[in-house]
Design a binder for this molecule. Structure first.
Ligand code: HEC
Ligand code: HEC
Ligand code: HEC
Ligand code: HEC
Ligand code: HEC
Length: 156
């Protein structure tokens, strides 16, 4: 009982400090250090709204050979084999009634880091940059981007 409670406390602490537990213990820090670019994995397909997540087959391009004895890589390999995407837990999420496009912001000169923090230094991602109507509008005012209600809320 005592150890059980300690275990729960340790788990809460780990989640509190490290952010949301992901189904596979993927680290951005490790992989960016391998020379991979953000765009190697996050493709921004037409019409440019989403960055999306990489296909498991892309991961397996390396992991068919790298760290094959790791339990985490075995989970990844099983997902790739069954063609079932790893159910990554979303870190950033806007309500459906907000229009947002990654491409517009990339073309507007806003970096990934400005909106997502020091991803390349993180083992586990947390929502280290808060996004809400106030923060969206503050940057739009600063960068002279459109701030009419319909820019972010109009039906498209
Ligand atoms: C090797 C592939 C790979 C590379 C390279 C990569 N990512 Fe990722 N990214 C992932 C995977 C897998 C996830 C889901 C797991 C997670 O959240 O850590 C993810 C999640 C994210 C998320 C969280 C999305 C959400 O809302 O759930 C952000 C933000 C992100 N990546 C930004 C970046 C940036 C910025 C770079 C470049 C510095 C980068 N990524 C490079 C594979 C990659
Ligand atoms: C202007 C701020 C901003 C910039 C710049 C930005 N993001 Fe995002 N990103 C967001 C927001 C907000 C979400 C949540 C979107 C949603 O829920 O619709 C998000 C979601 C994501 C996701 C989850 C999947 C998706 O497409 O919703 C990934 C992966 C991601 N961003 C990666 C990146 C990468 C890589 C870059 C740089 C190329 C980048 N982001 C630049 C704000 C930004
Ligand atoms: C360019 C090759 C490459 C790609 C692509 C790649 N990885 Fe890796 N990955 C590595 C290398 C190399 C290591 C070991 C790094 C180390 O331990 O120093 C590693 C380590 C890992 C580990 C830690 C394994 C352990 O138990 O130590 C996980 C989990 C992982 N990768 C998941 C992924 C996922 C998920 C993807 C796709 C989103 C991916 N990798 C794509 C090269 C790659
Ligand atoms: C760090 C600064 C920054 C943040 C944060 C930011 N934006 Fe932007 N946004 C821009 C810039 C710069 C543009 C491009 C303006 C241009 O094309 O001249 C833009 C353009 C847009 C556009 C296109 C407007 C149009 O009519 O052309 C939409 C929609 C938008 N942003 C929504 C959002 C939402 C929603 C959020 C919050 C989740 C957000 N933005 C956060 C800087 C930002
Ligand atoms: C630059 C983007 C942007 C602009 C411009 C914008 N909003 Fe929003 N709005 C958001 C985002 C993101 C959310 C969801 C997150 C939140 O609740 O802060 C939101 C949420 C809302 C909500 C629901 C949440 C609540 O507070 O009840 C309403 C209502 C709303 N906006 C109305 C407006 C009106 C009216 C205007 C014009 C005066 C406007 N918005 C302009 C981005 C924007």
């Amino acid at each position: 009982m005592k150890t059980g409670l300690l275990g729960v406390a340790a788990l809460l602490l780990a989640v509190g400090v490290n952010g949301q537990q992901q189904p596979v213990a993927y680290s951005h820090k490790t992989h960016v250090a391998q020379g991979l670019q953000c765009g190697s994995c996050h493709k921004n397909p037409e019409p440019g709204e989403l960055m999306g997540f990489p296909a498991e087959s892309l991961c397996m391009g390396c992991h068919r050979a790298v760290k094959t004895d790791s339990a985490e890589i075995q989970k990844l390999a099983a997902a790739a084999k069954e063609k079932k995407p790893v159910p990554w837990v979303r870190v950033y999420h806007l309500p459906g009634y907000v229009y947002f496009s990654h491409r517009v912001h990339g073309e507007g000169g806003v970096t990934c880091e400005r909106c997502h923090g020091a991803v390349r230094e993180r083992d586990v991602l947390t929502r280290e940059v808060e996004h809400n109507m106030k923060s969206c509008m503050a940057c739009h005012a600063e960068m002279k981007a459109p701030n009419e209600c319909g820019s972010c809320h109009e039906e498209r």
